[in-house]
Design a protein around this ligand. Structure first.
Ligand SMILES: NC(=O)c1ccc[n+]([C@@H]2O[C@H](COP(=O)([O-])OP(=O)(O)OC[C@H]3O[C@@H](n4cnc5c(N)ncnc54)[C@H](OP(=O)(O)O)[C@@H]3O)[C@@H](O)[C@H]2O)c1
Length: 309
């Protein structure tokens, strides 16, 4: 549980904002890919990276959604690139990889931010439960497809969640990827967010084995009211109960986007890889999230899903 008034070893903490953690950085000439650029934390991340001088390649379900987001932020068309990437459709993801690659810009980082949460009913794509597919499989295909475009010190930042603690006790449910055995909205969301951490961990190991300076980390942004709860019947009630219980302090969107912006840009993190972060500091995840054998198996299984899809 986070201490919402403390700052950690980084000098930042729970209330640090994306503006705070990037203050003084000059990102002129650098390029970041942000998925889910049109809403919530992705929109704020796009705004702040652009404000620090970066070119943002913003991925949304459609080009129009990304372009509308840029317009809403007052970002000139020359300063950002809109890309369509429907993460639940591997053809769309592959087309996004081609579009980004053909654009010719080296990527200083990929912030795999898009996500869906707590779908009340089981939904599937290619026979796989939709949260796992969208949050993990789609991003796996996108990120692995774009690794050749990363700069030599490029960073991958996976949006995970404290909800990875809600994953199945054994970790990833390889025998229930369809979700059909016993669907549970939050456990399935937790599984997908555990997968985001394990994927970052595998990438980090691969980068290290290659002797590369590239890094990969996963982050929990905090609990923030965005469109993420749109699929829930009683989202307002849930947030109200959180407020009243006093157990969860909600973050603003600026605070929520801070950890991913910090992970993506902080000069202090150039050699930090394979970690889980929250409140703009490295933080311990669950034991399953540190299990390299689980991460290896997930990689192999996901690779096969992507190859078949
Ligand atoms: N907010 C929180 O409390 C919280 C807590 C822990 C972790 N997170 C994580 O933070 C990330 C950002 O969430 P947020 O709070 O900013 O939520 P949000 O406002 O709902 O934004 C999510 C973004 O993901 C996009 N997206 C969803 N499904 C997609 C798909 N199939 N293909 C492409 N894009 C898709 C959405 O596009 P559309 O607008 O077109 O649907 C939207 O741009 C998520 O990964 C979430 O799991 C959030």
């Amino acid at each position: 549980m986070s201490n919402d008034h403390a700052t950690g070893p980084s000098g930042f903490g729970f209330h640090s904002t994306a503006e705070d953690v990037t203050r003084g950085l000059n990102l002129d000439g650098q390029t970041w890919l942000v998925t889910g650029c049109n809403s919530g934390l992705g929109l704020e991340t796009t705004r702040v990276l652009h404000a620090r001088g970066a070119h943002v390649i913003g991925a949304a379900r459609t080009v129009a959604k990304a372009a509308t987001a840029f317009d809403g932020l007052g970002i000139a068309r020359a300063d950002a690139t809109a890309v369509a990437c429907e993460l639940s459709d591997l053809d769309s993801v592959r087309a996004a990889v081609v579009a980004v690659s053909e654009q010719g810009r080296a990527l200083d980082g990929i912030i795999a931010n898009a996500g869906i949460m707590a779908l009340p009913e089981l939904r599937q794509r290619d026979g796989v439960e939709l949260q796992f597919f969208t949050n993990h499989v789609g991003h796996f295909a996108l990120v692995t497809g774009l690794i050749p475009r990363l700069t030599s010190a490029g960073r991958v930042v996976m949006l995970s969640s404290g909800a990875h603690r809600m994953a199945h006790a054994d970790g990833i449910e390889f025998d229930n990827l369809s979700g059909e055995r016993d669907y549970d909205a939050w456990r399935m969301y937790g599984n997908s967010k555990l997968a985001n951490i394990l994927f970052a961990r595998s990438l980090a190991r691969q980068f290290a084995q290659e002797g590369s300076q590239r890094t990969a980390n996963a982050v929990h942004p905090g609990v923030i009211i965005t469109n993420l709860a749109r699929n829930m019947e009683d989202a307002e009630g849930m947030y109200e109960r959180m407020r009243r219980s006093g157990r969860v302090t909600l973050k603003t969107v600026g605070e929520g986007a801070a950890t991913q912006c910090w992970a993506a840009t902080s000069p202090a993190l150039a050699a930090v890889s394979g970690e889980y972060m929250q409140d703009c500091n490295v933080h311990p995840p669950t034991a399953n999230a540190l299990d390299d054998a689980l991460a290896d198996r997930l990689w192999t299984v996901t690779e096969a899903l992507v190859a078949a899809g």
